[in-house]
Ligand binder design. Structure first.
Ligand code: HEM
Length: 154
């Protein structure tokens, strides 16, 4: 039996909305990791912990999107007792994306973030962190992702 006009119309609407949803999807920009730079360090989450502003003899480090920044010059924001101190000594990608200081968001899990949050993450990453702070290294999880990506591209 041939499909009715109504059925054809419903199918087109379904395909159309699917394309619209895909078209709107925000894809997080990739991080460029230099191929060889012996000055750059690879950090585990554990190693990053001591750079949380509690020891004044150490710099303050914070990772966003797996990139570790030296945010010591922003100690008014990030130093001990300052408003954004919870963000440092760790990878706070999720917190930055959601503009949240909630302990549940102080990690690099991107699960369930909205397009708007992902877009905002890229804007703050580029507009604040890349602009203001020197990069001192990369998180081990980001290096692992990058290795997998390079292998797939071979
Ligand atoms: C009542 C809520 C908030 C107010 C009034 C506020 C206010 C501000 C202001 C005025 C600045 C700019 C300071 C400057 O450049 O001189 C700033 C920067 C910033 N805020 Fe907020 N903020 C709020 C909440 C949050 C939350 C919840 C987050 C969570 C991640 C956040 C993350 C940041 C970041 C990452 C910066 C950039 C710091 C830097 O330059 O290193 N803010 N905020």
């Amino acid at each position: 039996m041939a499909p009715s006009n109504k059925e054809v119309y419903s199918l087109l609407c379904f395909i159309g909305s699917f394309i619209m949803v895909l078209g709107d999807k925000y894809i997080l920009e990739e991080v460029d990791i230099p191929k060889s730079n012996s000055d750059l360090k690879i950090f585990t989450g554990e190693e990053l912990k001591r750079f949380d502003g509690s020891d004044p003899s150490l710099p303050i480090y914070m990772a966003v999107k797996g990139v570790v920044f030296d945010v010591t010059t922003g100690s008014d924001f990030y130093g001990k007792g300052a408003s954004y101190n919870v963000l440092v000594g760790k990878d706070s990608t999720r917190a930055v994306a959601k503009m949240s200081l909630d302990s549940a968001d102080l990690n690099h899990d991107l699960t369930g973030l909205t397009d708007q949050e992902l877009k905002s993450l890229d804007e703050v990453y580029k507009g604040v962190y890349v602009q203001k702070y020197p990069i001192v290294g990369y998180m081990d999880y980001k290096m692992a992702e990058n290795t997998i990506k390079n292998k797939l591209e071979l």
